[in-house]
Design a binder for this molecule. Structure first.
Ligand code: MLC
Ligand code: AMP
Length: 497
């Protein structure tokens, strides 16, 4: 059986989901997932790890689709709901999707791709009258999910996790952070990434807790939910805490007091996916009464390091390795870094993914010969606690908690008729962590930034679009002719002065 579904079904009568003004008991989520599975199977007994791409809004329909795919033996491949068609096409093609499932509002955007590749397209609701068929018992070592993540190559790669990986990731967090069936979490995160999928939705369902969905993050709506007094667990990226603080500052004093009182009743508030600025942490403490629990993770491994639930949460540190997760810091030859010295974080454990989809070479390069996953993040241990100090690639950026490949954006920019060369870098920013910035070498003609943005939006997700530009005669290069990104960053810094 599917471990997550099994665990959740220990609480059949509990409300598991609140979405779109409706509550759903876990048994109802299960029944609707079985119907979805029956419809997906369409006469077969097992999808046999066929990839099912789905573009479904966060909420009941999303979980029903995800569980339905799993119960039918497929691999759930969620699509970002704000992707332009070009990015959807890349994933559908790369994953070799055999079925696409869409919320009605995305069906038209996907219909062209379904025609082009001859892939069955299901619009949510079509399954409502499907006859239920008996489902096979599936082994939990099956592949469950492919999440696309940017890397040091120019195009995103599909991270394949099995049900066993998901079980390890979720069960570790549920015990480390003391999840219980009385919990009620608000999900404000997108559901094509691990933070929302694993830490929020799956941990809640695993524990028999309630997961209430906002279709999209907004400061006002999140605080509105807090005010109602039902939510007691919250998890977000640092940018969201920054935005909530900025919004809170604009509220009348009596609303601030009411919100502070509400938030003080919460059991737990967590930050992750990017470094939490110490200033944001301190201000949030004043506003909410909570010392944010900062933790460190990655699509390929789930969560690996966390500040303690009980015990000291140190500002600027991500904490200690989670139970069941092995962590090492190593030098460039993969020897253990001397105590107190920085090193690359390596991770091993049942939480670690098995492969990048259809990319044997990238998979092999991502592991040491003795099976440790190389995260590319550099950390140091000080008084037992890990502190992240950087990444070993300048081409990976984090903006608003999204991982972004500079190379992917450069490749798109170079296709523009007025751009002959470019370099994309991340500029430090308190709200976003890093802002995407592009230095452009133009081929004679001027470029209108508004029309460049329009053009980019047809090719890239909105969160990948550069926020700052600089026109240069030529890009700074080293003696080998390689663009020196450090110098590009310095040029942007000069521009800002
Ligand atoms: C939105 N914008 C961004 C952006 N998100 N720009 C840079 N980086 C981002 N991440 C831009 C939009 O294009 C838009 O530009 C403007 O900001 C406002 O857009 P919006 O959609 O209204 O913004 P908002 O809803 O406020 O989005 C901010 C956000 C979102 C923080 C809610 O970025 C978000 O949901 N981030 C979470 C991503 C996440 O889940 N990461 C986890 C990865 S897993 P314009 O020009 O149109 O106005 C992982 C592992 C782990 O990292 O450890 O957890
Ligand atoms: P992703 O590939 O989108 O899953 O993002 C994973 C990356 O996010 C990690 O490799 C880190 O670089 C970064 N990250 C996650 N949590 C933290 C954190 N608490 N502090 C700093 N960086 C983090």
């Amino acid at each position: 059986m599917i471990p997550l579904v099994n665990q959740a079904m220990r609480f059949p009568d509990a409300i598991g989901i609140i979405s779109g003004e409706r509550s759903y008991r876990i048994s109802e989520v299960f029944d609707c997932s079985v119907r979805m599975a029956s419809f997906l199977l369409n006469g077969r007994s097992d999808l046999q790890e066929d990839r099912v791409a789905f573009m479904v809004d966060p909420g009941f329909d999303y979980v029903k689709t995800q569980w339905g795919i799993w119960l039918a033996g497929g691999i759930a491949t969620p699509l970002c709901i704000s992707y332009p068609t070009a990015s959807l096409k890349y994933i559908i093609e790369d994953a070799g999707a055999k079925i696409i499932v869409a919320s009605p509002q995305y069906a038209r955007q996907l219909a062209g791709l379904s025609d082009e590749y001859g892939i069955r397209l299901i619009t949510i609701g079509e399954e409502a009258d499907a006859a239920i068929i008996p489902l096979l018992e599936l082994s939990s070592d099956r592949n469950a999910m492919i999440l696309y993540t940017s890397g040091t190559t120019n195009m995103p790669k599909g991270v394949v996790s099995s049900h066993e990986n998901i079980k390890a990731q979720v069960s570790t967090l549920c015990s480390a952070w003391a999840w219980r069936s009385q919990d009620h979490i608000l999900c404000v995160l997108p559901l094509h990434h691990i933070h929302g999928i694993i830490n929020v939705v799956s941990c809640a369902l695993w524990s028999g807790a309630v997961c209430e969905f906002l279709p999209k993050f907004s400061e006002k709506d999140a605080f509105e939910q807090f005010r109602k007094g039902r939510i007691n667990v919250f998890m977000a990226v640092p940018t969201i805490y920054y935005k909530l603080i900025a919004y809170w500052e604009t509220l009348p004093a009596e609303e601030q007091v009411e919100l502070t009182q509400r938030m003080k009743q919460f059991r737990l508030m967590v930050s992750g996916s990017a470094a939490l600025p110490v200033r944001t942490m301190a201000r949030w403490q004043e506003i909410s009464g909570h010392t944010l629990l900062e933790r460190y993770g990655m699509t390929e491994i789930g969560m690996a390091i966390s500040n303690p639930y009980n015990g000291k949460r140190r500002p600027g540190y991500v904490g200690l390795p989670l139970p069941g997760v092995q962590v090492r810091l190593v030098d460039e030859q993969y020897n253990d870094a001397p105590p107190g010295e920085p090193g690359e974080i390596l991770v091993k454990g049942k939480n670690v993914f098995s492969q990048y989809w259809n990319r044997q070479e990238s998979t092999a390069l991502a592991f040491t010969p003795d099976g440790w996953f190389k995260t590319g993040d550099i950390a140091v241990v000080e008084s037992d606690y890990y502190r992240i100090i950087g990444r070993n690639s300048v081409d990976i950026l984090k903006s608003g908690g999204y991982k972004i490949s500079a190379l992917e954006i450069e490749e798109v920019l170079r296709d523009h008729e007025h751009i002959s060369d470019c370099a994309v870098v991340g500029i430090e920013d308190e709200e976003w962590g890093e802002l995407v910035a592009a230095a452009l070498v133009l081929n004679g003609s001027d470029i209108d930034l508004a029309s460049l943005k329009e053009w980019l939006l047809t090719r890239l997700a909105n969160y990948k679009i550069p926020r700052k530009y600089l026109a240069l005669k030529e890009l700074p290069r080293n003696a080998m002719g390689k663009v020196t990104k450090k110098s590009v960053k310095e040029l942007f810094a000069l521009e800002q002065k």
